[in-house]
Design a protein around this ligand. Sequence first.
Ligand code: SF4
Length: 430
Amino acid sequence: MNTKEFLVPYLTKTDFILYLQCPKSLWLKKHKPKEYQHYKKPSDSFLLDDYEVKKYAQRLFQNERSQLFLFPPNHPTNVLFNKRLRTGEGISTYIDILEQNADGTYNLYEVKPSTTINADYIKEACFQMITLEKCELQVRDVFIIQVNPDYVRRAKFERHRLLKKVPITQAVRDCEQKTRMEIHNALALLRQNAIYETGCGCYWKTRTNQCDTFEYFNNTPKQKSVWELPRVKEEKLWTLLDRSIERLEDVPDDIALTAKQFFQVRSAVERKPIVKSEYIAEMLNTLTFPLYFLDYETISTAVPKVIGAKPWQKIPFQFSLHILHEGGKLDHKEYLSDTMHGVEGVLHALYNSIDCVGSIISWNAPFEKLCNRTMGQLYPEYRFFLADINDRMFDLEIIFKKAYIDAEFGGSTSLKTCCRLCVHVSHTKL
Ligand code: SF4
């Protein structure tokens, strides 16, 4: 192997999925990692859940194996965990669980903390199978071990009920040929020292199609661009971009816009928010004092920590409650559980903080309402109290969706954006 070949980056399973989403993104990640990290936004990390579920999956193959319905003993096996594989052509991967059969073939297990199986998981398993076969290990069966969506946490933790083994051999074999070609092409891309970096195909697509590195590849306006138009369709984007119109304030009158798009353009042109005061007054007049401003923080884990909870159910462990009285007096109450299963403490404190009169105000009310329904299922003695809170709930975000349109928001009405731009307070300081 010469020095140049040695410097070609390895292709991992995660890289391969990124390649399928966008070859350019993968190239940037591997050849210009600093630039890639600069543009890449932090995403939710499920490392702890991944670790915990893998740990339980491994135990099913160890001392408990013979007692389990899930993995009945049929013959002596040799099981390897986190088996690292590298091929001469540049693939590097870890196999979660590799089980050797009596005939010398192998069963491959991919472990996922998820309750569903998506197309990426099949491609990942196929990537693993092909890598094993490139290393001359013959694969017989392929499985995904996933979290059982119907699992309910009991007082005694039954980990064999937590996981589910799903055979996917046929699905993986069905996409094998195509995947081999894609791996070949991904490796060829990684060997390229340069690609076309001034532009990419998503220039003509809506924002939902664009990845974090869109701005790296496209020299477009950072804010108030036509891609921020609410629910803009591709045909409308093409019409604008064909005429080299990239900024909201340059959208001409002859372009047909929806009402929301029209107000956003007007806000950009006038450089100020468009405020529908009458509508806001009408909405606020429906409120009753005292006003309770309620916000939950939740935890959601693959392995539920609360008795009665299901995998990934969002469980409140903290609330913040500002209470505004009619005369203007402001109180603040809060509760923070010191364990991950402190829902009862949350409920007890909430029950003692909210009276039977007054509007409950939240931001993105469907989320708070869902939390209340979940807590009502876990603790039925509180369900009428929680149902009453839901009946009295008012969603403040609706005002920003319908009656306060600011092009500065970039089409977002999240609390983070609106707080930062309206009252110049960072969400993290609230
Ligand atoms: S924005 Fe560009 S780099 Fe990102 S997915 Fe689209 S084509 Fe690829």
